[in-house]
Design a protein around this ligand. Structure first.
Ligand code: UDP
Ligand code: MG
Length: 320
């Protein structure tokens, strides 16, 4: 197979502290891969600025004007990691044979790209980077993330265990990805749905190079819930089961209460009655809320709103 042009896509949100070092290391990596004849000289890195509030975009502009290997895409505002990543992937697939996606903070070991390229040369279309260890993540992050993968699998969502958004996808796989029109984007669930020939490569997850995680607990929970509710109807089924169980129990109590009534003990039942009203009321509300979540998803999908808006691309400017 002829050596490929690869694009590395990196979503960036307030990553001013990381971007210089990331640029340095990726620039070295690409030169190395080019000198080893593994990729074509036309290979590039694409930074997608996800509406950062710090100097990220200025830095990207500077980098791309002095080094043609780097391209910047500026989204019109913050649309979240998954949308920013998709914007970059859809841009890159028009120019590259294979696209690697990774984070800006160098947590993903860039040396895994070599292994991914070897697998790509063997004919694999999707190569997932899997974290063989994540000792350097905080205890909290490690455990929440790992239980998330377990919950997803238990709910019947096919995600690759311990694989995040560090992966290589061929142009063909990306063309297929483009056919998934959903607005509630959870790439880790969608990519395995594409199928095609896939494999994994292992790497060690490092500490964030600089700055703080751009995924605070609230964003992380939102992301996890998006993943679950976009891919699994099991929670709805759970509600139904719960409803049936509660109904059965209440039938039993109905008999009990009737017997108590016949025995003339009804006034004593006040505490019990008020408790049941609260419990059943709460359960009902939770169930309605859960159904509401899914209706909310349908509402968002039915509007077919665009997932991002590109304000500026540096390579177009460079060509003038
Ligand atoms: N990110 C983004 N938009 C957001 C939040 C995060 O583009 O709204 C990017 C961020 O710049 C980084 C990647 O997504 O390149 C992953 O974020 P982070 O490393 O903070 O997440 P963590 O590794 O803590 O899960
Ligand atoms: Mg990170």
């Amino acid at each position: 197979m002829e050596k490929p042009t690869i694009y590395i896509v990196i979503p960036c949100y307030n990553e001013a502290e990381c971007i210089k070092e990331t640029t340095k290391r990726l620039s070295e990596k690409l030169s190395h891969l080019i000198s080893q004849n593994k990729v074509k000289k036309t290979s590039k890195v694409v930074y997608v600025d996800d509406g950062s509030k710090d100097k990220t975009w200025e830095l990207i502009e500077n980098i791309s004007s002095s080094n043609k290997t780097f391209i910047g895409i500026k989204l019109s505002r913050n649309r979240g990691h998954q949308n920013a990543l998709l914007a970059g992937l859809m841009y890159a697939k028009e120019h590259a044979d294979a696209v690697v996606s990774m984070d800006a903070d160098l947590q993903d070991d860039i040396n895994a790209i070599d292994k991914m390229l070897d697998k790509f040369a063997e004919g694999y279309e999707i190569i997932y980077g899997v974290r063989s260890e994540r000792k350097k993540d905080s205890f909290f992050k490690r455990h929440t993330a790992q239980s998330f993968y377990k919950v997803m699998n238990a709910l019947g969502v096919e995600v690759i265990y311990n694989a995040a958004d560090y992966r290589l996808m061929s142009k063909r796989a990306l063309d297929e990805l483009a056919n998934y029109k959903e607005v509630n984007l959870f790439l880790r669930g969608i990519v395995p749905l594409i199928g095609l020939k896939w494999t994994t490569v292992e790497y060690k997850r490092d500490k964030r190079f600089a700055g703080e995680s751009k995924y605070p607990l609230k964003k992380m929970l939102n992301f996890a819930w998006d993943g679950i509710s976009s891919f699994s109807v099991k929670p709805l089924r759970l509600v139904l089961t719960l409803g049936i169980i509660v109904f059965m129990i209440s039938l039993f109590f109905l008999v009990y209460i009737f017997v108590q009534y016949l025995c003339g003990n009804t006034v004593d039942g006040w505490a019990f009655l008020s408790c049941s009203i609260w419990i059943v009321g709460g359960l009902e509300m939770a169930c309605i809320g859960l159904i509401g979540e899914y209706i909310g998803k349908i509402y968002a999908e039915s509007k077919h709103r665009p997932k991002y808006c590109i304000e500026e691309i540096t390579d177009v400017k460079n060509q003038k």
